[in-house]
Design a protein around this ligand. Structure first.
Ligand SMILES: Nc1ncnc2c1ncn2[C@@H]1O[C@H](COP(=O)(O)OP(=O)(O)O)[C@@H](O)[C@H]1O
Ligand SMILES: [Mg+2]
Length: 255
């Protein structure tokens, strides 16, 4: 399986604080990887490294084989054009309607004619269950709808890679699962490489192709989520105990 993104011996520090300590990891093309880890472990920093918004202290981050740390401004822009990004909050423009928010990437980045623009925006609204809501402003939307608009906008330009940073923060558990199902459905349909940073464990793990646990500067890859709780790696055991423990023991009690 071809990796879309590779970290090669990546070190990232802030002063004395080592956030990533010689990390080697591959994010598979056309698959969904969930990155999980406690608060402050470096999940958002990892996404910023991938986008070239931050540089590693040493090591390389390869996106489709290109070292993002060694690109010119122009080359970096070309690499960034491959990405759709949905960060915490949906970052919708409050003064624009849903329709205009979704149309924005097409207006900014392409020169397509009005007719095609309209048909693509209407198509995206339908894809994300937003038909009939185009004239609303973000303030008039529920939390789940805002995320769907953000997702429609992030995928409007048919990106090769989509990055989600804690996309369901602030949503109730039912809506959270609905949003994740929509993500996974969209990923399968569009075939993009998807990296999701998530706190919503462990339910989300079962929907992912691989799970990367980030703890104490180290990334560990799991192909099967159930392997996480059986790991004998002290790093992972600490993570399971602190983050997953209650959930798993309570589900075992129910069986
Ligand atoms: N620009 C920065 N300058 C200094 N420290 C930072 C910066 N960005 C992140 N950090 C620190 O790096 C660590 C990891 O941050 P982050 O990736 O945001 O964590 P999270 O896993 O919660 O997303 C945190 O301790 C944070 O304070
Ligand atoms: Mg974060």
């Amino acid at each position: 399986m071809k990796p879309a993104i590779r970290f090669v011996d990546v070190v990232k520090k802030f002063g004395d604080q080592v956030v990533l300590d010689h990390v080697n990891v591959e994010f598979l093309a056309g698959k969904t990887t969930v990155i999980a880890g406690g608060s402050g472990q470096g999940k958002s920093v990892s996404l910023k490294l991938i986008l070239g918004l931050m540089a590693p202290d040493s090591g390389q981050i390869l996106v489709d084989g290109c070292d993002v740390g060694k690109l010119s401004r122009k080359e970096l822009d070309q690499v960034r054009a491959k990405f759709g990004v949905l960060f915490q909050g949906s970052a919708l423009l409050d003064s624009m309607t849903v329709w205009e928010n979704v149309a924005l990437p097409l207006r900014e980045r392409t020169k397509i004619k009005d007719e095609e623009l309209i048909s693509r925006v209407e198509g995206a609204l339908a894809q994300f269950d937003l038909t009939g809501h185009g004239d609303k402003f973000p303030a008039q939307l529920s939390g789940g709808m805002k995320k769907r608009v953000g997702l429609a906008r992030a995928t409007m330009l048919k990106p090769d890679i989509v990055l989600f940073d804690e996309p369901t923060t602030g949503l109730d558990p039912q809506i959270t699962m609905d949003i994740y199902r929509l993500f996974f459905r969209t990923q399968k349909e569009f075939g993009f490489t998807s990296i999701i940073v998530s706190h919503d464990i462990p339910k989300v793990f079962n929907l992912a192709d691989q799970v990367v646990i980030l703890n104490d500067g180290t990334m560990t890859v799991f192909e099967h989520p159930e392997d996480i709780q059986h790991s004998e790696d002290p790093n992972i055991m600490e993570f399971v105990e602190q983050t997953m423990g209650d959930v798993y023991s309570s589900s075992e009690e129910l069986e």
